[in-house]
Design a protein around this ligand. Structure first.
Ligand code: PLP
Length: 403
């Protein structure tokens, strides 16, 4: 007899690490070198964590053997609290901060604690698909609002408004956005906040790329504009401090917490059930937030991340039939393949065909809950020569590709 997965997982998928990746692993086992443009993991591309963070974790290791408080170490949460003071978010106390094993764990917890069967959550399309998967896992219904490529990939407010129903509980924002690289201006944030205010919705603001900004982009924390709306702001060390493997993140609650006592009790229960986040990594938070912000050296003129973003964007736009909005933040580009030039009906097949032919791994747009098979995502993490080789191969492949 077969052992089946639970019904809870019926609509849960996370295709960034889906079937195409399995093929890539097989090819690697056969001895092929695969150019991997699929995952936003800085370390394998030679981005090292600030030395002071590593030293601090090493120094604290002997005292990090026990469990911590379920919400996390006081010193780390205090540093997070001060961070939100800097970001002009009002009223975040140490008690409003929960540390987690990456933002990933906290996203799942925040939704499990809120969602009843059939509740709806507004999520961007395209999205970082953990959000959609976590809503489904919680028994909720992910409802995708469109982000508009013609308007710098900003959320389409009218589409969002039209999708609010009596069952809607929350709006998810990912800013700076994965996969599009959009960074939202104040006016866009204010319109979304106004919808949350009118309809009594919780705002989940995923700001994990808030320090990875290009050109003159400025990041505004949603919560700083919404002192009267319940906001959960997510962030962590994986990207800005290049320690994705440490699994260190946090969520900060702001707004009218007195109206969310039961929800907060739910969060406390879930935080206690997983005992605590990895303690050695919690020791990295205070040093990271208070130390030298070396991420700035990577995104300012002459910085490696900025140069790679520039080159990737130029080269993608040079491919006939491909167009790409300039990413203003994060670590990705999300180009469009014009269906008139190269019609693609199944973009997972496209990703697989590209892998088999060019030994190059990208992620198809539909993995990000984009409704049409006409986009893909690349990470802008590889060094210039690898990026040039990879995007050159995509161009060559598309020239002769048809489905
Ligand atoms: N949110 C977004 C938008 C991401 O892109 C990622 C990772 O790629 C995460 C959350 C998860 O991050 P963490 O490593 O903190 O679990």
């Amino acid at each position: 007899m077969q052992v089946n997965k639970s019904n809870k997982l019926a609509n849960v998928c996370y295709d960034i690490r889906g079937p195409v990746l399995k093929h890539a692993k097989r090819l690697e086992e056969e001895g092929h070198r695969i150019l991997k443009l699929n995952i936003g993991n800085p370390a394998p591309f030679g981005f090292e964590a600030p030395e002071e963070i590593l030293q601090d974790v090493i120094r604290n290791l002997p005292t990090a053997q026990g469990y911590s408080d379920s919400k996390g170490l006081f010193s780390a949460r205090k540093a997070v609290m001060q961070y939100y003071q800097q970001k002009k978010v009002e009223g975040v106390t140490i008690e409003d901060i929960y540390l987690g094993n990456g933002v990933s764990e906290l996203i799942v917890m925040a939704l499990q604690a809120l969602i009843n069967n059939g509740d709806e959550v507004l999520i961007p399309a395209p999205d970082y698909p953990l959000w959609t998967a976590s809503v489904s896992l919680s028994g909720g219904k992910p409802v995708h609002y469109l982000c508009d490529e013609q308007s710098n990939w900003y959320p389409d407010i009218e589409d969002m408004r039209g999708k609010i129903t009596g069952n809607t509980r929350a709006i998810v924002l990912i800013n700076p956005n994965n996969p599009t690289g959009a960074v939202y201006p104040k006016e866009v944030l204010e319109q979304i906040i106004e919808l949350a205010r009118q309809h009594n919705l919780v705002l989940f603001s995923d700001e994990i790329y808030d320090k990875i900004l290009y050109d003159d982009a400025e990041h505004i924390s949603t919560a700083s504009l919404a002192p009267d709306v319940l906001c959960l702001t997510f962030n962590g060390l994986s990207k800005s401090y290049r320690v994705a493997g440490f699994r260190s993140g946090w969520v900060a609650i702001s707004g009218p917490k007195h109206k969310a006592k039961s929800y907060i009790e739910g969060l406390d229960i879930l935080a206690s059930m997983r005992l605590c986040a990895n303690v050695p990594s919690q020791h990295a938070i205070q040093t990271a937030l208070g130390g030298y912000q070396s991420i700035n050296d990577l995104v300012l003129p002459g910085g490696r991340l900025l140069e790679q973003r520039n080159r990737a964007w130029e080269l993608l736009n040079d491919i006939p039939g491909v167009s790409c909005i300039k990413p203003m933040g994060a670590l990705y580009a999300f180009p469009r393949i014009d269906p008139k030039v190269c019609p693609i009906h199944n973009d997972e097949k496209f990703a697989l065909d590209l892998l088999l032919s060019e030994k190059l791994l990208i992620v198809q747009g539909t993995a990000f809950n984009w409704p049409w098979p006409d986009h893909f995502r690349v990470v802008t993490l590889p060094r210039l020569d690898d990026l040039e080789m990879a995007i050159g191969r995509i161009g060559g492949f598309l020239r002769n590709y048809s489905q």
